[in-house]
Every structure is written in structure tokens, then in C-alpha cells.
Design a protein around this ligand. Structure first.
Ligand SMILES: Nc1ncnc2c1ncn2[C@@H]1O[C@H](COP(=O)(O)OP(=O)(O)O)[C@@H](O)[C@H]1O
Ligand SMILES: [Mg+2]
Length: 239
């Protein structure tokens, strides 16, 4: 799947080379919305991202709530640039993304680690991923929120969740965010769960920005999306 945030785009290159915090920092991870760079210390990383929903979730929404299963923010550097999305996408009848002038956020967070195979955390991440795949997209945010709550409630009943109250709390916080923020989706899959050096299980990237996502993959706003379009978004997300 093509990346929404193109780290080699000339404007982003310029930012990476000129920003005092990013200059000479190695890129250590990428996703659809973000680049992750070496931080100011060996135990932190810089996140450069156009994912506004995820930025708000981590820097404001979680506030002082328990972060055992969420990434701890070290410092918020706010908006450091802008990025024009979908510039290089070929326009066809079926694909006509809107260009957005999206703010680029920079924040420093604790460094996390990939979950090793054949561990309890791996098993947990695989089971949660599988259960989230039953999630049906909805054509408005309130419906999305209620479905997320439904899935969390179903997960609560699973044998593997017994005794995992704090993980369940975290899943509920993720779901509640969908009721608070107008353009967010749950983005739970293998690469978005990580762990701390002490073994804590962490939802490292559980939220995605639906406004940015839709502008890239569809014609119009979330309200104009048909159930068929949501099915296709859903399968591209879990694919
Ligand atoms: N806190 C972190 N510490 C170390 N690596 C990270 C951290 N957060 C993310 N990464 C790595 O960077 C990749 C992209 O980050 P992610 O938060 O998933 O961004 P996106 O929103 O683009 O998917 C992840 O798949 C992971 O490999
Ligand atoms: Mg990710």
C-alpha cells in the first residue's frame, strides 16, 4: 500500500535536513502516516507524523491516565511543517484523492521494541488482531464508536483476556476516543503493538486519522462514503 506520508518528498527531506532535532538522526521505522527517528537519548525516538488523530490521542487525550499500555510522550514539539498529500497518485475514475495540506507533527516518545515471536505478548497481539478483524466499518463516527465498543466488549469475554484488566482498560480508552474525536479509526494490527524493555505490552499506534486516510483513498468526506467503500477501506487496512 502506498504511503500517505512520503518521507522522501522534497519538502519533507528539507525539513529532515534542516530541523535542529532531526538533523543527522537515522530513520528507524516507517508506517503509513509517520517516520520514526533516533531520539535525543538512546531510550527515546522522534515521531514525525501527519496522523493528527494519533497525535491528539497521545499528546492530549490520554492526559495523565495510566500509560502502562500506551506510549509515553517525552516532549511535544507541535507542528513543524506541512505536507501536501496524494501529490503523486495517478488519478483515475476510481481513484481521485483530494490533496490536503496536512500539518506535520513532531513529538518525542519512549523507545519501544518489537514483540519477539513465541512469547506471551506475541500471542496476545495475534489474538487481539484477529478479534479486531471482525470489526465492521461504519459510515459515521458515532456508529464507528459504538462498533468499537462492541468489539471491546466481545474481547472482554474471551478466555485469553481473563486477568488482563489493564489491557482491556486500554482497549476501552481507544474505543472511547472514537466517540470524542470526529475523524479517527482503530488501527490495531501486529506492527502497531510493541513492548517495553521490561516486557510491558504496548499499543504503540492504535489510532489512525480517518480524514487523511479518506482523502487519499476515496473521493469525498467520511459522510459521503458508501458501505462498499468502507468494505474496501477495511480490507486494505487489514490486508
Ligand atoms: N516508540 C517507538 N519506538 C521504536 N520504534 C517505533 C516506535 N513507534 C513506532 N516505531 C516503529 O516505527 C513504525 C511506524 O510507526 P507507527 O507509529 O506505527 O506509525 P504509522 O502511524 O505510520 O503506522 C512502527 O511499525 C515501528 O516499527
Ligand atoms: Mg503503524
Amino acid at each position: 500500500m502506498s504511503k500517505l506520508f512520503v518521507l522522501n518528498d522534497p519538502a519533507v527531506r528539507e525539513l529532515r535536513e534542516s530541523h535542529p532535532l532531526l538533523k543527522n538522526k537515522a530513520l528507524i521505522g516507517t508506517g503509513q502516516f509517520s517516520g520514526v527517528f533516533e531520539g535525543s537519548r538512546p531510550d527515546t525516538v522522534y515521531k514525525l507524523s501527519i496522523d493528527r488523530a494519533s497525535y491528539i490521542f497521545h499528546t492530549s487525550y490520554l492526559g495523565k491516565s495510566d500509560r502502562t499500555h500506551f506510549t509515553k510522550v517525552i516532549q511535544d514539539h507541535g507542528i513543524v511543517g506541512r505536507f501536501k498529500t496524494s501529490k503523486n497518485v495517478v488519478r483515475t475514475k476510481l481513484s481521485n484523492p483530494r490533496e490536503l495540506d496536512a500539518p506535520i507533527y513532531l513529538y518525542e516518545v519512549e523507545k519501544l521494541h518489537k514483540i519477539p515471536v513465541k512469547t506471551e505478548n506475541k500471542l496476545l497481539s495475534m489474538r487481539i488482531t484477529k478479534d479486531w478483524r471482525t470489526f465492521d466499518f461504519a459510515s459515521d463516527q458515532q456508529e464507528l464508536f459504538h462498533r468499537a465498543l462492541d468489539v471491546s466488549t466481545q474481547i472482554q469475554e474471551r478466555p485469553y483476556m481473563q486477568g488482563q484488566d489493564s489491557v482491556l482498560e486500554a482497549l476501552l480508552s481507544i474505543s472511547y476516543f472514537l466517540g470524542e474525536y470526529s475523524d479517527a479509526f482503530v488501527d490495531i494490527h501486529g506492527a502497531n503493538m510493541m513492548q517495553r524493555a521490561n516486557g510491558d505490552f504496548v499499543f504503540s499506534d492504535p489510532i489512525g486519522d480517518l480524514f487523511i486516510y479518506n482523502s487519499h483513498y476515496t473521493f469525498g468526506s467520511v459522510n459521503e462514503i458508501t458501505p462498499e467503500m468502507f468494505e474496501s477501506i477495511k480490507s486494505s487496512l487489514i490486508g
